[in-house]
Design a protein. Structure first.
Length: 413
């Protein structure tokens, strides 16, 4: 009987979730899937799957126990925020490495996260929890403007609203309270209507990708991010960062302080922060891999080392393997719908294939799909992406600029 790993759902993008399955295959691990949507995956990559509503942690754990009764399960892993709490409970139930259920809530609730980091005020923005209209004015008085109002339990940059003057607060509050309900999305079941108002952080935006094995923190690297105002949609990522060494060292110190303080002793993390030219400031940290192809493709394209393989090593009680050799650089450009409507096609794909360094063109939307844009919906208007590899971050950025100018989503009213 070979060692097996339980995966709690897969990444929504086929390119990303196949990277996870193939990483397990290369490590000789049998993959068992607990999912709320049946996965159409080749039998050579997936031995068994059980379909349950995975937001129901009791059912997820019961399914995991069932699989452990038939297989030699050596690890459990999640690839997204939605299953962080459930995977922590399952790892404990099976006696396997993983995030402690006691530590897990702080990784899924931005207010709990900041409260748990009270010993490190230098990394935190001013913040206040908001659940009622009556709490808006005191919160605004403490935090000041400009500020950001967002859900405490969201993921993927969902629901970020900039607040530039007091009059912006109530409309943003009403819209977010209506959106952050479990009947809109089950991810809000534990934080319905709970928002956080926090200081607007200036500077460049970055993420940090890494692993923790038996309390030892290893950074895979820092990613440079580009976001689109006013809803802070992430549109571009370049790995590794072009920041100077002093900035990278300061971000690394903050990352180790934060990850240790939050109690992650075994697992992976994706930390988001800003660098204002003199100090690192925390946006949030997640106990899962980075999305948008950062850890599935950009890290391995640049380093030659699979982040997903290391994720599975840590999940099964083994230390991650460091990258060797000189770094290249890799990046992703997302293609956003210019308006709400019906997606028809991408123009410019033929020209895009000739761009030097292009590794992948990803089409996420099907012709005829309905497209909604923020603030009506935050996840539907990313229609595709391009992935590039080159020798330096600057070369990657130039290639992504070219691709952004060539590839044009056609969306009709």
């Amino acid at each position: 009987m070979t060692d097996a790993v339980i995966m709690c759902n897969l990444r929504p993008n086929q390119l990303e979730h196949h990277a996870a399955l193939r990483a397990a295959h290369r490590l000789g691990l049998t993959v068992l899937l607990i999912t709320d949507q049946k996965a159409d995956v080749a039998p050579s990559l997936l031995a068994e799957q059980i379909r349950v509503p995975t937001y129901d942690i009791a059912q997820l754990v019961a399914a995991g126990r069932e699989l452990a009764g038939r297989h030699r399960v050596t690890g459990v892993v999640t690839w997204s925020d939605r299953d962080v709490l459930g995977t922590a409970e399952l790892a404990r139930a099976l006696g396997l490495p993983g995030l402690s259920p006691d530590a897990a809530p702080a990784f899924r609730n931005k207010h709990l996260m900041r409260a748990a980091l009270s010993a490190f005020p230098q990394y935190l923005p001013r913040f206040a929890r908001v659940t009622t209209p009556e709490e808006l004015d005191p919160a605004a008085e403490y935090v000041g403007t400009p500020a950001v109002l967002k859900p405490t339990g969201a993921a993927g940059s969902i629901g970020i609203h900039e607040i530039h003057r007091p009059a912006d607060l109530r409309p943003a509050f009403d819209r977010l309270v209506a959106h952050t309900r479990p009947e809109v999305h089950p991810i809000f079941a534990a934080s319905s209507g709970e928002l956080i108002l926090e200081e607007f952080l200036t500077g460049s935006e970055h993420s940090v990708e890494g692993y923790v094995h038996q309390g030892s923190v290893t950074l895979a690297g820092i990613t440079d991010k580009t976001t689109l105002a006013p809803f802070h949609t992430e549109t571009r990522h370049v790995f590794p960062s072009a920041l100077p060494e002093t900035a990278r060292a300061a971000i690394a110190r903050m990352t180790e302080d934060v990850v240790r303080a939050l109690g992650l002793t075994d697992g992976v993390f994706h930390l988001e922060c800003k660098w204002d030219g003199g100090r690192a400031r925390l946006i949030e940290v997640a106990a899962r891999v980075g999305g948008d192809h950062i850890t599935s493709h950009l890290v391995p394209l640049a380093t030659g080392r699979s982040f997903y393989e290391n994720t599975l090593r840590v999940a099964t009680g083994r230390a991650p393997v460091a990258a060797d050799g000189p770094l290249l650089a890799a990046g992703v450009q997302k293609f956003l719908a210019p308006r709400a409507g019906t997606f028809r096609r991408f123009d410019g794909l033929d020209e895009a294939t000739a761009v030097p360094g292009l590794e992948h063109l990803v089409v996420d939307a099907k012709p005829g799909a309905t497209v909604r844009v923020p603030p009506e919906h935050y996840m539907e208007y990313a229609l595709g992406a391009a992935l590039v590899r080159a020798g330096t971050p600057a070369e990657v950025g130039a290639a992504l600029d070219t691709l952004q100018s060539l590839v044009r989503p056609v969306v009709v009213p």
